[in-house]
Design a protein around this ligand. Structure first.
Ligand code: AKG
Ligand code: FE2
Length: 343
């Protein structure tokens, strides 16, 4: 691992790489790709109705979904279709701006926030076919507005409103997840703490001339407790791995995809599974998704809840703190950061 270094190698926006399609850098290429590379099965990922989530039947469905797939889609979450369109639109409008305009909120080396893409730690690193805007939206006093696009002019107000809505929804979902395991409803929320952190990421995937050899996002798990993903309205691309097979996460109108992240896998002592997932791309259409990563207060130590450790299910993970600190190094090596916690 000697070639992995702390200092970032500065890469190009995918949008610029795309201008020279005959010469795609080999870091993007999966040699093993080809026909079938993007293939995934259609087995419906469970869709949970938030309005029925107090019923035992819906809670049981939630528990099964989180144990088998590690993800589900939620409908009737209270956000209007037109508002979700607005959230996607501010992202699309930003990526359509001229490069000089986007560069005004460019990410700084070795920092995750702002406009940019992968932090490159090694010449050999596999790169993702995506440009992003990544922002810490909570806690409020940690917002760095210099990285928030001033353009389109409703960007900031829309992000703030979306953050408020997701914060409320997080409470509802974490409570339901606790209830689905017959635990006190606040137990996961308490572990996240008063100063829980939320990161928002707009993922923009330009069309790619070699979609059978390139991935939008390499296989990974999220480092969050839970992640909310607003999918593109037209273009599919998200796939989750279950029993060594890829499954499509279909577009369900106005639904949000909710993924378990590594820190929830740890809290639940492995009952909820943080799924390996990836994003595939296509040669004709761009795709835009909006991910909100909910993570605990960085001062909180995260470990399996006592009530979920039993004789038949011994403790599976060591405590972790400030998971994001080492998450990205693992991610860029195509490894799972949870390895550092597994006993
Ligand atoms: O864009 C997608 O479909 C997946 C996004 C994702 O997994 C992420 O941002 O971590
Ligand atoms: Fe992800």
């Amino acid at each position: 691992m000697a070639e992995w270094c702390e200092v970032e190698i500065v890469g190009k926006a995918v949008e610029e790489v795309m201008l020279n399609p005959e010469n795609l850098p080999k870091n993007y290429m999966y040699e093993e790709g080809g026909a079938g590379f993007r293939h995934a099965l259609d087995e419906d990922i469970p869709v949970v109705d938030l309005l029925s989530l107090s019923s035992q039947q819906e809670l049981a469905k939630l528990r099964r979904a989180l144990h088998s797939f590690g993800c589900f889609q939620v409908v009737n979450h209270g956000m209007e279709s037109s508002f979700l369109d607005q959230v996607r639109d501010i992202g699309k409008q930003f990526f359509q701006l001229p490069m000089e305009e986007k560069q005004k909120c460019a990410r700084e080396p070795n920092n995750v926030e702002g406009y940019g893409n992968d932090i490159i730690y090694s010449e050999n690193q596999r790169l993702d076919w995506t440009d992003r805007v990544y922002l810490k939206v909570l806690p409020e006093d940690q917002r760095k507005f210099q990285f928030w696009p001033p353009n389109p002019n409703d960007f900031r107000s829309t992000v703030l409103r979306y953050t408020d809505s997701i914060r409320l929804l997080t409470e509802v979902i974490l409570k339901a997840m606790a209830k689905s395991l017959n635990l006190e409803e606040d137990c996961f929320l308490n572990e996240c703490g008063e100063r829980a952190v939320m990161f928002l990421r707009f993922n923009y995937y330009p069309p790619c001339p070699m979609p059978d050899h390139v991935l939008g996002l390499k296989p990974h798990t999220d480092g969050s407790t839970i992640t909310f993903l607003l999918q593109d309205k037209q273009e599919e691309g998200l796939q989750v791995l279950k029993n060594d097979q890829w499954f499509k996460v279909p577009i369900v109108p106005d639904a949000l995809v909710i993924n378990i992240g590594d820190q929830m896998e740890i809290l639940s002592n492995g009952i909820f599974r943080s799924p390996v997932h990836r994003a595939v791309i296509n040669s004709e259409k761009e795709r835009l998704t909006v991910a909100m990563f909910c993570t605990p207060d960085i001062e909180k130590e995260i470990k399996p809840l006592d009530k979920l450790v039993t004789e038949s299910r011994p403790v599976l993970y060591r405590p972790v703190k400030n998971y994001a600190d080492f998450y990205f190094q693992y991610y860029q090596q195509g490894r799972r950061a949870i390895e550092a916690s597994r006993i």
